[in-house]
Every structure is written in structure tokens, then in C-alpha cells.
Design a protein around this ligand. Structure first.
Ligand code: SGN
Ligand code: CA
Length: 521
């Protein structure tokens, strides 16, 4: 009976209202950042909720849905972006590691949106080596891009350097494109920031924004890496052992006189070197006195090893949160633009980031791991017509789902080969048969010394396989949310282990994952 009513109402919609005119279809504004950990977004709650500078990003969550179980398929930049464009896991779209080259001949969501009548654009960080295809307009950073006075590649292939701060320039270019877009069509705009990626360089106006703020330390800042895979202890992403003094902590060699700081000090100061004399002056006016104060106390010899780690953690977080502040201001400007131009009702707004990031958990910065902090992606979406404001769906979603969702929202067909699922049933709270587990694959071989690993995550547990050593870790996410103890060998978890192992192999088959051996090169 219920089905009959649904069918009749569908028929009525199609016959009476006709297919939606292209100009009526919703615009899609995809606001995206690089390495934005959910912990640094107030709406996600947690220990930094009080200090995270995200009123505008939070607004999207408040007026739409905040996905509390959103994950990536491969926690690294290029692969996450390739997955978003193709709706497929890395082994299917061919972009498995940052060093790969995106095959722009393959199907992408942008191509179908463009062919389906959308005016399409991407501005900011792209990081896929080949130039964008499927976009009427694009203007992208080469590679990682820079925070200060960045270069943007133009559509004719030339490179232009613009004075200013990358987050602000990306926003302005997105707004300029909106101003001159083809208004007879709905738009799809990807506004993609460099921030808050390393080297965590704040805008000049935000220097010092967190000086008076108490930043809580994660309980695992001094993790000893016991009870888990041995490579955790061999990582190269520790605030203690790998956070560079000049590059990351912003104490240049020329500021130190004769003083020798403990290692590491491998890189220079590329962002500082890009600055104009006026920019350097303001930068130095802030960092100079703080650096002198730290160096003076270091010179006394009274700072313990842990004191120094804590100082570096605070410096890291102040800079990271300051770069987030500029991203949030950008989101605010974009939302304001929609309001001022009468676009807010018919524009779907999404905020996301290519993966998560460690903010001192396990003593780390960076990402790559299938651990929660780097595996999770922020995902929130505002769509007044369809999504209940303030909802917090807990379905397990992944970046393979973005492309089919965009197409479904636009009323366009998703090709069969796409591996993700449209989120529309979740938006409509009709997702009874939603997936119960996620597949993860990380293929890089060296940077930050994170090993290749593959895994499955259910609502409550996580199983990780390390092919190079043929070993496993497993975590009880409810009892051990910090993932500090592998329970893979614990006999009390035998049933869960068997179930998850079966699920892991089932997912690998479903997604047609290649054998591990072929990925070892
Ligand atoms: C750069 C960073 C790394 C970072 C990778 C990947 N070093 O190589 O710390 O892990 O990018 O980041 S840096 O010296 O260039 O900052 S990603 O977001 O592009 O995947
Ligand atoms: Ca990234």
C-alpha cells in the first residue's frame, strides 16, 4: 500500500511538474581544505571544541547534516582527491600514491556534471599532476602550492604569481568566478584550499590569535608505541623527533646565534623566503620576540625533554589553528555571497577535507594511518530543501560516495563502475540497508616511514593488515578509542576477529582489490 502511494506521488510529480528544468537544479558548492582534522572543528565536539575557530564551518553543520562517521579510502592527498572525482578506490582510479599521475581520460564526476548542463569550476589545490578536465574554468596551484604569494596555473598553461595569502586568494578567485559564471546553468564549484597543510603558515592578521588560549594536550602525546605494530615506533612524524625547527617550528637558523638546537633541522624556510619585505617584517615582529624568549630559556639548560616537546606542540597547534581560522573566514565569505545573491536556498553547500590529521595524538603530526585521527574526514552538508537542519547521521560514509551523491543531487545517472553510493537515502533517513563496514588501503612506501597497510572498519572495531610483515592489528573502538592496544591476539575477541577477517576479504573481492604482492614495489 505504502509503495503504491509512493509510486502514485512519483507519477504525479513527473507528469504534473515535468522533469526539473536545468536552471532549477541545485547548485553544488564544494568547500574543501587540506589536512583538516575533525577535532579542530567545533561542531565535531571533543577536547578542542571550545577553542576551534570555526563559527562559519559550524554553521553548515547547524543548518544541515554533520556526518559523524565520515572516512577516506586512502589517507593521503592526491589519492583522496582522485577518489572524490571518480567515486572509486585508489586501485581502480590508478592514483594510489602522491607521486602518481591522474589519468584524465577516465570518467569523472566533473565530466558528467559538465555534460549534464552544469557550469563547472575548480580553484585552488588540485595535486593530481595532469590538468583538470571536465571544468569550464580552473585555476590551480602547482603541486602542493604555497601559503604566501602563491603561483596559480592558468588555463592556457602559464603560471602567474599573486601577492597575498593563499586562502584569501583562493576565496577571491572563487567569488570572481561566481560573479561571471553562466547564470543560465546551475553551477558546480570546487573551492579547494591549501590550508591547514604543512608548513602551517598563518595569515599575518592571525599571528598571535591563539597566544592567550590554553590548548589541551592529547593524552597520547608521549605514546610509547607498545602493544601495536613495531613500525609505529619507527615512524618519522613525531613532534619530538621529526618536527623541524626552522621549517615547522618557525625558528630560523639566523635567529639562533651560536645556539645549537637538538635535531631535526633538515629543511629551510621556503614560505618565509617567498614573502615580501613588508610581510617578513610583520612575521618577524610576531615570531621574533617569542623565539628569543624560547631560545633564552633553552639556553639556561633547565628545559626538560618533555618541556621542549610541549613547547613545540603548542607552537604547532597555534599555527595550525590560525590557518584554520582563515579557512573558516573563507567559508563565511562564501556563505555570505550565497545569501547576498539569493542563492542560499538552491545551493547545496558541502565542507570537507582530503583526510584527517594528527594533532599530537601518538606524539604525531601528519596522517596516512588508518587510525581514527587521519582516517576521518570532516563531512557536513547543507541543503535546505532536503536535509533536516542539525541532523547527525552516523552511517559509515567514505569519499567514494561523493561523486554518486553529487550526480544524484543533480538528477544525473551514475555509471555502474562507480564504487561509492549516493548519500541521498541517508539525507532522507531511508538508509536501512546501508553498508556496515569500510575498506581502507594505504600504498605509499616511504614518506614519514608509514608502512603500507589495508583494513576494514565496522561501527565498533577495526582490523589492519600489514602485508610487508604479514601481521595484523585489531582495535576495540568503543573500549579503546585512542587505539593504544591491539587486541588481535586476544582470545576474548576471537569471534570478532573471525568476522572482521571475513569481512575484509569480502570487501577486497567486492571492490576488486589487487593482490598485496603486486603493490610492494
Ligand atoms: C609533503 C609534506 C609531508 C606530507 C606530504 C603529503 N612535506 O611532502 O609532510 O605528508 O606532503 O601531504 S612538506 O615538506 O612538503 O610540507 S599531502 O596532503 O599532499 O598528501
Ligand atoms: Ca592532504
Amino acid at each position: 500500500m505504502c509503495r503504491l502511494v509512493q509510486l502514485l506521488s512519483l507519477l504525479l510529480t513527473v507528469t504534473v511538474l515535468g522533469p526539473r528544468l536545468s536552471a532549477d537544479r541545485p547548485n553544488i558548492l564544494f568547500l574543501f581544505s587540506d589536512d583538516h582534522a575533525i577535532k579542530s572543528i567545533s561542531a565535531y565536539g571533543g577536547p578542542l571544541a571550545e577553542i576551534a575557530p570555526t563559527p562559519n564551518i559550524d554553521k553548515i553543520a547547524r543548518q544541515g547534516a554533520l556526518f559523524v562517521n565520515s572516512f577516506c579510502a586512502n589517507s593521503i592527498c592526491g589519492p583522496s582527491r582522485a577518489t572524490i572525482l571518480t567515486g572509486k578506490h585508489s586501485h581502480k582510479n590508478g592514483f594510489m600514491r602522491n607521486g602518481n599521475t591522474f589519468d584524465q581520460n577516465q570518467w569523472t564526476v566533473a565530466k558528467t556534471l559538465q555534460q549534464g548542463g552544469y557550469n563547472t569550476a575548480v580553484i585552488g589545490k588540485w595535486h593530481l599532476k595532469t590538468n583538470p578536465v571536465g571544468f569550464d574554468h580552473w585555476e590551480i596551484f602547482p603541486g602542493q602550492g604555497s601559503y604566501y604569494n602563491p603561483v596559480f596555473i592558468q588555463m592556457d598553461g602559464t603560471k602567474k604569481r599573486f601577492e597575498g595569502y593563499a586562502t584569501d586568494l583562493t576565496t577571491q578567485k572563487a567569488i570572481d568566478w561566481l560573479d561571471q559564471r553562466d547564470e543560465s546553468k546551475p553551477f558546480f564549484l570546487m573551492c579547494q584550499h591549501k590550508a591547514p597543510h604543512r608548513t602551517f603558515s598563518p595569515a599575518l592578521r592571525h599571528l598571535g590569535a591563539f597566544d592567550e588560549v590554553q590548548i589541551p594536550e592529547p593524552t597520547t602525546l608521549f605514546d610509547d608505541y607498545a602493544n601495536r605494530h613495531p613500525t609505529l615506533a619507527r615512524n618519522e612524524m613525531e613532534i619530538d623527533r621529526h618536527f623541524d625547527w626552522a621549517y615547522d617550528a618557525k625558528i630560523r637558523k639566523d635567529e639562533r646565534g651560536e645556539l645549537k638546537l637538538p635535531k631535526p633541522d633538515r629543511y629551510g624556510t621556503p614560505e618565509y623566503n617567498r614573502m615580501t619585505a613588508a610581510q617578513k617584517k610583520r612575521w618577524d615582529a610576531y615570531f621574533g620576540p617569542h623565539n628569543r624568549e624560547f631560545l633564552a630559556s633553552f639556553e639556561t639548560g633547565n628545559l626538560s625533554h618533555d618541556d621542549i616537546v610541549r613547547w613545540k606542540y603548542r607552537r604547532y597547534m597555534r599555527n595550525y589553528l590560525s590557518t584554520v581560522k582563515a579557512v573558516d573566514e573563507s567559508v563565511g565569505r562564501m556563505l555570505e555571497y550565497l545569501d547576498q545573491h539569493g542563492l542560499a536556498d538552491n545551493t547545496i553547500v558541502i565542507y570537507s577535507s582530503d583526510q584527517g590529521f594528527f594533532l599530537g595524538e601518538h606524539g604525531w603530526y601528519d596522517k596516512r594511518w588508518m587510525f581514527e585521527e587521519s582516517f576521518r574526514m570532516p563531512f557536513m552538508i547543507r541543503w535546505p530543501e532536503v536535509i533536516t537542519a542539525g541532523s547527525k547521521p552516523d552511517e559509515l560514509i567514505q569519499n567514494i560516495d561523493y561523486a554518486p551523491t553529487f550526480l544524484d543531487m543533480a538528477g544525473l545517472q551514475t555509471p555502474k563502475e562507480v564504487q561509492g553510493k549516493s548519500l541521498l537515502p541517508v539525507f532522507r533517513q531511508q538508509s536501512d540497508d546501508w553498508r556496515r563496514s569500510l575498506y581502507y588501503a594505504y600504498y605509499e612506501l616511504g614518506e614519514h616511514a608509514v608502512p603500507q597497510h589495508f583494513g576494514v572498519r565496522s561501527q565498533d572495531h577495526k582490523l589492519i593488515y600489514f602485508p610487508q610483515t604479514d601481521t595484523w592489528n585489531m582495535f576495540d573502538l568503543k573500549k579503546d578509542p585512542g587505539e593504544m592496544r591491539s587486541i588481535h591476539a586476544d582470545s576474548r575477541y576471537r569471534a570478532v576477529r573471525e568476522e572482521l577477517t571475513t569481512e575484509f576479504h569480502r570487501l577486497r573481492q567486492q571492490y576488486e582489490a589487487p593482490p598485496f604482492a603486486s603493490q610492494q614495489r
